[in-house]
Design a protein around this ligand. Sequence first.
Ligand code: UDP
Ligand code: MG
Length: 319
Amino acid sequence: MNISIVVPVYNEEESLPELNDWISRVMDENGLSYELLMIDDGSSDTSWSIIKELKETNPAIKGIKFNRNYGKSAALQTGFNEAQGDVVITMDADMQDSPDEIPALNQMVIEQGYDLVSGWKKKRNDPIGKTIPSKFFNRVTRMVSGIKLHDFNCGLKAYKLNVVKNITVYGEMHRYIPLIAKWNGFFNIGEKVVEHRARKFGTTKYGWKRFVTGFLDLLSVTFVTRFKKSPMHFFGTLGTLSFLFGLVITMWLIGEKLYYVYILNAHEQAREIVDQPLFFLSLVALIIGVQLFLSGFIAEMMTQFRKGGEDYLVVERTD
Ligand code: UDP
Ligand code: MG
C-alpha cells in the first residue's frame, strides 16, 4: 500500500463526507493505493455513524472509535500503530488542510528521502489571536530544538512508515512531533508550503490555553527526550552540586567554630551555629541534594520497566 492517511476526528460531522470525497478523488486521480484511518476521539455528535456510513461506499476507510475524548495525540498515536502504508500522512478533519497536497508530500518522502515533511501554513486563514502567539511559539521551539521549521504544529505532515513506528506521541505532544522524531534519530526533516483554508464547519477545539500548556509541554518533551535513557545524569548532577554546596558550608561553619574555640581560645566570641543563616542554607542544600539523588535512582529504576526497553533502532542489516 502506498499511503496511510491518519485523520483525528473530534466532533467534525459536517466535514467528513466532503473530506472523504476529496481524498478519494485525489488518490484515484494519482493512482495511489491508500487506507484512510479515521480515529474518532470520543465525538459527542454523529461523527462515528457518519464514518460507518462512508465506509460502505469507500472500503479504504478504517474507522476506530475511542470510548471518550483523549486528545489529538492519542488519536494520532492510534493511527500510527495501525498504519501500513509506505508513507503516512496526517491531516486534520476540518478541511483546513487540503488533500491536494498529498501527492507532492508523498513524493518528497519517497523520492527525496525525507523522514518527515511538515506542512507550512504560510498564508494562514485563522483569527489573529491564534496566528501571532503561534509565530512566537514557533520561534521558541526552533531555538530549543534547532530544527528549521516555520510551523511545527501543522496538522498536515508526511512520514516514512518507520518514523511513526518508532516515536511515541502522548498527552498534547502532537505539537512537538518533529522534535520527538529528531531526538529519535530521524534528522532528515523537510518542509513544504501548503494551502491553508478557513474552517468551513464546526469550531476549533483549542483555545488560548494551548499556549500555556504548549510551553510546559516543550519543557517536558525537551527534558524527557534528553534524559529518558539516563535520568541520573540530570538528577545526579544537580543533586551532587547541591550536596557539595551544603557540605562546603557545613565544613566552613565547623571550621570557624573550632578556630574560635581552640585556636583563638575565644569561646564567647564564637556565634552559635544555629544562630547563623548559613547553617539553614546548608541544611536545605544537603536535604535537596539527597532528594535529587533519590529521585534519580527511582527514575533510573523506572526506565528499566519501560515497555520494550530497547533504546536503539536498527535500520539495516546484511543477513
Ligand atoms: N481533535 C481531536 N481531538 C481533540 C481535539 C481535536 O481529534 O481533542 C482533532 C480535530 O477534530 C481536528 C484536529 O484535531 O481534526 C485539529 O483540531 P482543530 O481544528 O480544532 O485545531 P486548530 O486547527 O484550531 O489548531
Ligand atoms: Mg483546524
